[in-house]
Design a binder for this molecule. Structure first.
Ligand SMILES: N[C@@H](CCC(=O)N[C@@H](CS)C(=O)NCC(=O)O)C(=O)O
Length: 218
């Protein structure tokens, strides 16, 4: 039996649960992190020495880091549908995954979601929040231009390219922040929202995280 360790309110766990839902993969969720705790235990550290969620156990195989888990699940159970067998097509999806982790996540999740939503009102650093929002907007304008040419990030269908970036958008559209009109990003988000696995695993209310800066991570 596959086990997925994490909490449903964790952005990085949501990526994995969304893909598992898309594939129709049976798994046992093991609640950990946040108010569930458990990340400091010797048993958990043996699974992930960094003490972070998500963690995947598949028989004797243990995988940590959300994108490593996504690739493992897609390669082992996705039948080529989410991460193509062709290295050139895979690399295209990898580019978007890395872009989401190194550009979009720091700007929006690090700068806006943490700086604004997860920081108590009196402690918010508004110049930094505004700068992160501007950086997010610049990235989304680029995304909007790309999504004018195709329905999903790597082409005609949902793939690993969409999962890390797509997981950001529920929070982006739910926050009371200034958003420029971005017709193609909005249409892509509507396509994601039409997917039952996205609704179940990503569109998870996150009020419990408001003003709460413990549990570093997203
Ligand atoms: N780069 C890691 C980041 C993992 C991470 O920071 N996870 C956060 C949750 S999103 C965490 O473990 N936070 C501690 C907690 O939830 O208690 C990944 O993509 O898996």
């Amino acid at each position: 039996m596959i086990r997925i360790w994490g909490r449903r309110s964790s952005f990085n766990v949501q990526k994995v649960l969304w893909l598992a839902g898309e594939i129709g993969l049976p798994y046992e969720p093991v609640r950990a992190g946040g108010d569930f705790g458990g990340l400091e235990t010797t048993a958990f550290r043996a699974l992930n020495p960094h003490g972070r969620i998500p963690v995947l156990q598949d028989g004797d195989v243990t995988v940590w880091e959300s994108h490593a888990i996504l690739r493992y699940l897609a390669a082992r159970y996705g039948q080529g549908g989410f991460w193509d067998h062709d290295p050139a097509i895979r690399a295209w999806a990898d580019g978007w995954m890395d872009w989401a982790q190194t550009a979009l996540q720091p700007a929006f999740l690090g700068g806006v979601f943490w700086g604004y939503y997860r920081t108590p009102e009196a402690e918010r650093d508004w110049p930094a929040i505004r700068a992160s929002l501007a950086a997010t907007t610049a990235l989304l304008r680029l995304l909007d231009a790309i999504l004018a040419t195709r329905p999903f990030l790597a082409g005609e269908g949902l793939s690993l390219a969409d999962i890390p970036a797509g997981t950001v958008f529920y929070r982006y559209f739910e926050l009371d922040i200034e958003r420029p009109p971005l017709a193609n990003v909005e249409a892509w988000y509507a396509r994601l929202q039409a997917r039952p696995a996205y609704r179940e695993h990503v569109m998870v209310p996150f009020d419990e995280l408001k003003g709460k800066r413990q549990n570093a991570g997203r």
